[in-house]
Ligand binder design. Structure first.
Ligand code: FAD
Ligand code: FES
Length: 353
């Protein structure tokens, strides 16, 4: 697809259609933005802050990976994700090394509830660390494009200045409106470059300097689990109304944070996979995903903590204990759908699989 005008379709993109990679934009070391278009010319409708789950054709079978949409629905002709590979990464590393313009991949979504659109407010405080900046970028672009003067204090923590994703784009926005305050803090500075921002880990004193009116702001937070825990602790001790605090986790909560009420672990549980006729005995602590894997059945999964919705399966009968993180609606639960990654069989369960 060149620079010619595309014939856009009336209907927005749905995940029945593959995405075609249109651009790869290097951001920082081991981080790039991938922009996609729909081959049919469909446009993209979603809420800023929502995510997509991509089916990555890595050797050995597809791998599902969930990424926040870093673009804004105010620019609906393409959709982007910005991915950062950590050491040992498989899926994200595959994207950085192999995903090129013209290639097509399957994607599922958009999904997720972490969006400023769901919590309208006069003033926002966005707090992020590392790749947790992606939803903040989407929500800031949305605020900018909506035409109203934004009032956003944008706090971001990175290891070093060159790790700050979207720094120049954000500075471009902030230089033109008084209502977008950028506050960056880094753990270490780099030789032969000047750094005027904050130094050190985000602290309560720093937060007070960055956003003196934090009590009036709706807070959105995204970053590694210990970072978000530190932010929560800071806000609680500052007397912030936590009903106005929203966070997105990119990884499973620490085991001690997960509290599942299960029946006494006993040999009474059994899962029957109706499609294959296989029955597997289990106790009440194992997830349906793990039981299926033991039975040699592959249920596609990505986040593994009940957020992305990739592992939905239909339950025909029986009870499960399920503590999810928003990856399934009440209506779906009422229809008998479960999230295999966080549903634990309680007694005899029959699945449509
Ligand atoms: C809602 C949501 C939004 C997200 N948004 C973004 C985003 O915008 N940008 C982004 O970059 N990421 C985002 N993520 C995270 C992303 O989905 C992946 O979890 C992350 O990139 C890691 O996947 P990977 O393929 O790179 O690494 P993986 O291959 O899954 O590895 C993850 C880590 O586990 C280790 N590991 C891998 N295999 C093993 C093994 N067998 N044994 C022990 N350790 C192992 C690796 O060392 C690596 O550090 C998001 C996640 C969620 C749930
Ligand atoms: S794998 Fe994400 S909800 Fe189960």
């Amino acid at each position: 697809m060149g620079h010619e005008r595309q014939n856009w379709t009336a209907a927005p993109w749905s995940d029945a259609e593959v995405l075609e990679c249109a651009m790869v934009i290097p951001e920082t070391a081991d981080c790039a933005t991938f922009a996609f278009r729909a081959p049919s010319g469909a446009w993209f409708d979603y809420q800023p802050g929502q995510f997509l789950t991509l089916e990555l054709p890595v050797p050995g079978g597809p791998l599902m990976r969930t990424y926040t949409i870093s673009s804004s629905p105010s620019r609906p002709l393409s959709i982007s994700v910005t991915v950062k590979a950590q050491p040992g990464s498989i899926g994200t590393r595959w994207m950085l090394d192999h995903l090129k313009p013209g290639m097509r991949i399957k994607a599922h979504g958009p999904a997720g509830v972490f969006s400023s659109l769901r919590h309208p407010a006069e003033k926002y405080l966005f707090i992020s660390a590392g790749s947790g900046i992606t939803p903040m970028m989407a929500m800031t672009t949305w605020a900018w494009d909506s035409g109203a003067m934004p009032d956003i204090t944008f706090v971001h923590a990175a290891r070093k200045p060159s790790d700050i994703i979207f720094k120049q784009r954000l500075e471009g926005f902030a230089a033109r409106v008084p209502g977008l305050q950028l506050c960056f803090t880094v753990e270490e500075v780099e030789p032969f470059s000047v750094w005027y921002g904050y130094r050190g880990r985000l602290s309560q004193i720093m937060l007070g300097l960055m956003a003196p009116d934090y009590l009036e702001r709706e807070v959105f937070c995204c970053g590694p689990a210990p970072f978000m825990q530190a932010v929560r602790d800071m806000l609680v001790s500052l007397g912030y109304d936590m009903a106005r605090y929203h966070e997105e986790s990119f990884a499973a909560p620490q085991p001690e944070e997960v509290q599942v009420e299960v029946h006494e672990p006993a040999s009474v549980s059994e899962v029957t996979f109706a499609g294959s006729g296989t029955s597997v005995a289990c106790d009440g602590t194992e997830t349906v995903l793990a039981v299926a894997k033991r039975a040699g059945l592959n249920i596609p999964s990505s986040c593994n903590f009940g957020l992305c919705g990739t592992c939905k399966v239909k339950k025909i009968s029986g009870e499960v204990a399920m503590v999810h993180n928003g990856g399934i609606s009440d209506d779906e639960i009422a229809e008998g759908i479960i999230l295999a990654c966080c549903a634990r069989p309680q007694g005899t369960v029959v699945l449509d699989l």
